[in-house]
Design a binder for this molecule. Structure first.
Ligand code: C5P
Length: 421
């Protein structure tokens, strides 16, 4: 169901990225009304916002008085997204000021409000801003970000506006959560994955040695979460199988927590029935200790080393690939340290074949690349070993690039052309 969404844009350099938020909401089928402040219009032009939103853009409180525009826009809204929200805008919202069209729109609306703060780190950390944010949160406003990263100047830290895809995902999830609590309305199912069930595994498994120790890996779960958020933003019903995530849960997903590879396998088996897509982004341990000690393993008094005996874990993706899985698109990942691009691709191709995945996403990892980073650089290999796409950028844009391929593969399958799986 298309929503009437107000996107408020306030005066910060991140205003140019708000164009991406408007565009994503329009492409997802929503009716978007942009309300920029005067400050925002110094960073991004009204014609751009009108062209992208496909609606007239108003900013002046004293225009359109006859149609009582200062309250009409807010009254009609199903959702208000303010991106970027500057420190000043957050202060005004917390105080309930209505000295411009955006302030009036917010006060006149009963719609959920989502804000994406953007400012320099010192301004974000300032006690006044933090108190204002706490006030807004207490009133039920959803705060997305800010992200940690490079700011406008040479500095970096918390304060960067979240990526448009993440803002859109969080905003639509807020509406879904409201609708879920209101049985009188149908959940909005818009986007190119509407009606699809997507299962994503994310994070890294931990294999216990004793009550205090485990064998693990450096996967943070960021890419898997970004994939779950991207699928959700595009209308899918998402089950996230989360293995020891080091980042916040995504909104709007059914989350099943696991720790070991065997637990992940059980959770996946339970979730996979009827799924249109399974994305295996989790780093699953290939081995686990042969025995788990009931008590903490003690140091030997001698200087002798310790030998651990490990046994193989099942290859969960290969099991899914080998079992009948008609109608379920399997997407595997290969994290490799190989530096030669051709060798890396060969490893990916061999892995796709061995595991019988439909798509295999190859990314190079190392001490400083891949796992905990905010950016990623991947190649997606399809059936017939062809490169379907290459995407480089934030993990959110990489996730959307992968979902673009998923959408096109699902379309092909629906046309009856994907019989080679
Ligand atoms: O063989 P490798 O670990 O590189 O394969 C990576 C892909 O296989 C990932 O999609 C990962 O989630 C999956 N995998 C699995 N079970 C394992 C190991 C990896 O499903 N035991």
């Amino acid at each position: 169901m298309p929503l009437n969404i107000v996107v408020g844009i306030t005066g910060g350099i991140a205003a140019y990225k708000a164009v991406g938020v408007v565009r994503a909401l329009v492409l997802a089928g929503h009716d978007v009304h942009v309300v920029p402040t005067e400050g925002a219009l110094r960073f991004v032009g009204k014609p751009t916002l009108e062209a992208i939103s496909r609606n007239p853009v108003h900013t002046d409180l004293y225009e359109g008085v006859a149609e009582v525009r200062h309250v009409a826009i807010g009254q009609a809204a199903d959702l208000i997204v303010i991106a970027p929200a500057t420190a000043n805008a957050i202060a005004k919202l917390a105080a309930g000021l209505a000295d411009d069209l955006l302030g009036n729109t917010v006060l006149a609306s009963e719609a959920p409000i989502v804000i994406a703060p953007a400012m320099h780190t010192e301004m974000w950390a300032n006690a006044a801003t933090q108190a204002n944010v706490a006030t807004l949160r207490a009133r039920g406003v959803t705060v997305v970000g800010p992200a940690v990263g490079q700011l406008t100047g040479a500095d970096s830290g918390p304060g960067r506006m979240e990526e448009p895809e993440a803002i859109v995902a969080a905003a639509l999830a807020v509406v879904d959560a409201r609708v879920a609590g209101d049985p009188g309305r149908d959940a909005p199912a818009t986007g190119d994955l509407a009606g699809r069930r997507v299962v994503v595994t994310a994070g890294g498994t931990r294999e216990p040695l004793d009550p205090v120790r485990f064998l693990g890996n450096r996967s943070s779960g960021k890419q898997g979460i970004a994939l779950a958020e991207a699928a959700r933003a595009r209308g899918a019903e998402v089950t996230l199988i989360a293995a020891n995530l080091e980042v916040a849960d995504p909104a709007g997903c059914d989350i099943r927590r696991v720790s070991t590879a065997l637990e992940l396998r059980d959770a996946l088996r339970a979730a996979v029935a009827g799924a249109d897509v399974v994305v295996m982004a989790a780093a699953v341990a290939d081995y686990r200790p042969a025995a788990v000690s009931e008590s903490k393993i003690k140091k030997d008094q001698s200087d002798a080393g310790l030998t651990l005996e490990l046994v193989r874990n099942p290859d969960i993706l290969a099991e899914l690939g080998a079992a009948p899985h008609d109608g379920t698109l399997l997407v595997g990942f290969a994290a490799e340290t190989e530096s030669d691009a051709d060798r890396l691709l060969e490893l990916g191709r061999a892995k796709r074949r061995a595991k019988r995945a439909d798509l295999l996403v190859v990314n190079r990892v190392g001490w400083h690349a891949g796992f905990a980073a905010d950016d990623n650089d991947v190649v997606v290999i399809g059936r017939d070993d062809r490169i379907v796409t290459e995407v480089r950028g934030t993990k959110s844009s990489v996730a959307h690039g992968i979902m673009d391929v998923v959408v096109s593969e699902l379309g092909t399958a629906a046309d009856g052309a994907a019989s080679t799986r």
